[in-house]
Design a protein around this ligand. Structure first.
Ligand SMILES: Cc1cc2nc3c(=O)[nH]c(=O)nc-3n(C[C@H](O)[C@H](O)[C@H](O)COP(=O)(O)O)c2cc1C
Length: 318
């Protein structure tokens, strides 16, 4: 195996019909449109950034406290705080053209109709190359069951959104299920152009001094390095179940971490919590993936995708 010069390695990837300049994406809820991060780092190191999920109505989110350090991670229960789609379109969307890289819009909803309505209004905004659906929300029409816990509900959301938008649609799946494969397959069959996983793992902490749950919401979502093995397995299994591209995330802090996801079958990786500790993490990870391809004598990062996974169902690039 001959090591190739870094300049000869193709770093790009594809999500549906959208090409990204590299494999590394900022995860939803951890970067917004990068305005604050732009003061301390180069946002354009990301192949794309994912916006905070936008809902139909404005939401105050959960009460305080709603963020807590956890062993090797973060426990949060923000509760989808946000201004709602009207305010987003009037005040945030005009700034999207200033973002120095591609943008993935994220939609959250509590009914199928809400997802479709918000997604339709995000379609065609400046710089937006794909729409991600945060199907980890509770479905009010099914007694609050999480959409992504159920293949039919996941498919219903994807189908309704696909009927209203032209951009590629990414279904973001939850790890809080026994088996992610039927849900990934349901998203693919309903027309999703890609899936992303994982969202936060459910958890809680108790403040023993007060004898009370630490978070005002009682439970929250665990993110960061603590969840990485859970995330790698979810990507590994999803990659055996679907042919569409997979965006892998959960605890990525280094190039080595990202490479695990790519070898398991991810055609892109996303980074959330690590941005809070190291705002320069994107460049570090993107460069390391190119180095990994070079060391193996490959001409593209894409050629690494799924190479540790014998039952990888996606298309291999050589
Ligand atoms: C503070 C915070 C807010 C988040 N908000 C959202 C959100 O609005 N929509 C969403 O799909 N995921 C949200 N996530 C989940 C992340 O996008 C990501 O799936 C998860 O954090 C795992 O990646 P990480 O371990 O690199 O952080 C949030 C995560 C954190 C830490």
């Amino acid at each position: 195996m001959t090591e190739l010069a870094r300049e000869r390695i193709d770093p790009t990837t594809r999500i549906g019909k959208s090409e990204l300049k590299n494999f590394v994406i900022a995860a939803s809820g951890c970067y917004n449109r990068g305005a604050e991060f732009g003061r301390v780092t180069d946002v354009s190191a990301y192949g794309a950034i994912t916006l905070k999920s936008v809902t139909l109505q404005p939401r105050l989110g959960n009460g305080m406290p709603r963020v807590l350090p956890a062993p090797a991670g973060l426990l949060n229960a923000i509760g989808l705080q946000g201004p709602g789609i009207e305010h987003f379109l009037a005040h945030d969307a005009p700034h999207l053209r200033e973002v120095q890289t591609a943008v993935i819009a994220s939609v959250a909803g509590f009914s199928v109709a809400e997802f479709a309505e918000v997604a339709a209004r995000m379609d065609g905004l400046p710089n937006v190359v794909a729409i991600e659906l945060d199907v980890s929300c509770p479905n009010v029409d099914r007694e609050g069951e999480c959409f992504a816990a159920n293949p039919e509900s996941t498919a219903d959301v994807v189908r309704a959104v696909k009927a209203r938008v032209r951009l590629p649609v990414i279904a973001k799946l939850t790890p809080n299920v026994t088996d992610v494969k039927p849900i990934a397959r349901a998203a693919e069959s309903a027309g999703a152009d890609a899936i992303s996983l994982i969202n936060a793992v459910r958890g809680m902490a108790i403040d023993v001094a007060r004898s009370q749950p630490w978070l005002a919401n009682v439970s929250g979502g665990l993110t960061g390095p603590a969840i990485r093995p859970i995330a790698v397995l979810a990507v590994w299994e999803a990659a055996q179940a679907v042919r569409i591209p997979i965006i892998g995330m959960g605890g990525i802090e280094t190039g080595r971490d990202a490479l695990e996801f790519v070898l398991a079958g991810a055609s892109a990786v996303a980074i959330g919590t690590a941005n809070f500790r190291n705002p320069d993490v994107a460049a570090l990870v993107a460069d390391a993936l190119v180095d990994a391809a070079a060391e193996r004598g490959l001409t593209s990062v894409r050629a690494l995708v799924g190479s540790a996974n014998p039952s990888f169902a996606g298309e291999r690039s050589h």
